[in-house]
Design a protein around this ligand. Structure first.
Ligand SMILES: Cc1cc2nc3c(=O)[nH]c(=O)nc-3n(C[C@H](O)[C@H](O)[C@H](O)COP(=O)(O)OP(=O)(O)OC[C@H]3O[C@@H](n4cnc5c(N)ncnc54)[C@H](O)[C@@H]3O)c2cc1C
Length: 529
């Protein structure tokens, strides 16, 4: 059963290793003990639904609460402190894509707002009903999860858009295929959500981002069905898929999507390399990507993320490896790279060999498969640590951008620096760490995680979080970086979008939404006002 508050299944826990508490208290100060979130009292706050009865719409308080918030830090604060002040008035669970159009028509008749809902894993407020928006109807795609077509000859598969990562891969596996889209939220996020928020998987370097994998599909809009035919490529004017990618539920409900699939790889391996410094590691990554070496994944942690990862993983062999590295002269500035190779035995052997050689030329020490295997095993499990930390009195959030290589080095210091400075005004400290992932020939995504102490007062907590988020977002924009490489815009990044798109660009986005949804019933207040 999925937790009503926090990440993931209620049956899965990520216990905090013994050494971790002391480490966190050294950084942040004594951790507070706070009462747990309480389902009963939160349910008591769910108001009477404003929607009339409809056979496809559920209005029980618990269903509405479970679809009221996503996974952003303000969402966690609202749920954990009984501060949820807006709920969907009903949640529809269509069982066939034909039911989407009547549901949109019903919402329109009722003057209701429609929020398309995939897995609810948004970290930027995408699926939250907003105050004063009238009745809200959330349409969950949960039951639309079938593989509807498979063209093995062309390596194309069509799915209903509510399919989650594991269900999608399980449907392809018997035929020997994979989509290869593995965001860390893989367990719960959906194909429709990936498209609507321009998601990026951990091995996007090999398989491509969702915009490379999304080949066509059907979108149900208030003005009818938008059909996006699948072509290998087309020069027939602007590509309408681009309107749907990143549309964040404002253009229509993605009902079905055709995706480009690949044969399951014959071989896959993940390996660790320690670099003596951040500069040597990031130079190696740039060289690797610009030399076109066919790795499938690269993730370089800065010194603090390297140290914190080693401590929070609580593995004794890591201690041993750590001592070994110190013996060969790698000290506190060492940075861990995890790299992956995927494909045929010949290709993976070549990629591994060439990657090792380039890393070595930048002072990297190859430490074999154990670190990589540990990362692989916990790649979808580590979000559960956020639950444990929250219970231990620590709030965690992440933010990300992408920048050209020429800015990467400076920005990857300045962004964490801006977060640390912002929290100092409250006489508090944050543990701020960064990694590079999703590397490209021309640049990389800088992904920053920050941990800070929770407080009993939710307003105080939000004030601190808001100050750090704002400082980092402004720093990102000062470097000319995008406000989001993979999380999307939602509510939390909305104010930063005009600087990126320009006023003409924003007008074009608004008018496209207006074409498909002239009455503005679809997810208003997200992406733009
Ligand atoms: C622990 C954790 C790790 C994460 N890791 C990654 C990562 O590695 N890479 C990454 O890209 N993201 C990541 N995310 C962010 C999030 O998972 C992605 O944004 C994901 O694509 C959202 O998918 P979803 O199905 O949960 O969509 P939801 O959260 O349900 O919705 C997101 C947006 O898409 C719209 N939407 C959803 N389905 C449809 C549909 N069928 N039609 C129209 N609009 C729709 C919604 O209206 C909303 O605006 C992570 C989040 C968490 C909590």
């Amino acid at each position: 059963m999925k937790r009503w508050f926090g990440w993931g299944s209620a049956q899965t826990d990520y216990p905090l290793p013994e050494t971790a508490r002391g480490y966190l208290e050294d950084w942040l100060g004594p951790l507070p003990t706070l009462p747990p979130a309480d389902l009963e009292s939160t349910l008591a706050g769910v108001p009477v639904s404003e929607l009339p009865h409809h056979s496809l719409i559920h209005t029980e308080p618990e269903t509405r609460l479970r679809h009221a918030r996503g996974q952003s830090l303000p969402d966690w604060v609202a749920l954990s402190h009984n501060r949820v002040n807006t709920f969907p008035d009903g949640v529809a669970f269509p069982e066939s894509t034909e039911e989407l159009s009547p549901l949109l028509a019903f919402a329109q008749e009722q003057g209701a707002v429609v929020i398309p809902y995939g897995g609810g894993t948004s970290v930027v407020g995408h699926i939250n009903p907003l105050p004063d928006s009238g009745p809200n109807l959330t349409i969950s795609l949960e039951k639309l999860d079938q593989l509807t077509k498979l063209d093995e000859y062309s390596h194309l598969a069509e799915f209903e858009a509510g399919v989650t990562g594991p269900a999608l891969e399980a449907a392809l596996e018997p035929y020997g295929y994979t989509l290869g889209h593995f965001p860390q939220s893989f367990e719960y996020s959906t194909l429709g959500g990936w498209i609507a928020s321009r998601s990026s998987g951990q091995q996007s370097y090999y398989y491509g981002r969702i915009e490379d994998l999304f080949a066509g599909g059907e979108v149900e809009t208030p003005r009818g069905k938008l059909v996006l035919p699948t072509f290998p490529a087309s020069a027939a004017g602007p590509d309408l898929r681009e309107w749907v990618l990143g549309s964040e539920g404002r253009l229509g409900v993605i009902a079905k999507a055709q995706v480009r699939i690949r044969p399951r790889p014959q071989k896959e391996g993940f390996y660790g390399v320690f670099f003596p410094s951040w500069e040597s590691g990031s130079d190696a990554l740039r060289t690797l990507t610009q030399s076109g070496i066919p790795v499938s994944m690269l993730r370089l942690s800065n010194p603090l993320e390297t140290e914190t990862t080693l401590i929070l993983s609580g593995k004794s062999w890591i201690d041993l490896a750590d001592r070994g590295l110190r013996l060969i002269g790698q000290g506190d500035q060492r940075c861990l790279l995890i790299f992956g190779v995927t494909g045929s035995p010949q290709l993976t052997a070549l990629a591994r060999r060439r990657t090792r050689a380039i890393c070595r030329s930048f002072g990297g020490v190859f430490v074999g498969e154990i670190v990589g295997r540990t990362w692989e095993k916990s790649r979808f499990y580590s979000p559960y640590l956020r639950n444990t930390l929250w219970e231990a009195g620590v709030a965690v959030d992440t933010l990300e951008t992408a920048l050209p290589w020429a800015q990467v080095s400076e920005a990857s210091r300045a962004i964490p620096g801006s977060i640390s400075s912002a929290i100092e005004q409250f006489d508090e400290k944050a543990l701020v760490m960064t990694h590079l992932s999703h590397v490209y020939q021309d640049g990389a995504s800088i992904y920053t995680t920050f941990l800070f102490r929770r407080t009993a007062d939710p307003d105080q907590l939000l004030e601190r979080w808001g100050a750090m988020k704002k400082a980092a977002s402004q720093e990102i924009q000062a470097f000319g970086g995008t406000i989001s490489h993979q999380h999307g815009v939602g509510v939390d990044h909305k104010t930063y979008l005009p600087a990126e798109k320009g006023s003409l660009g924003m007008e074009a986005i608004r008018s496209a939404a207006g074409t498909f949804d002239p009455d503005g019933i679809l997810n208003p207040g997200k992406l733009f006002d």
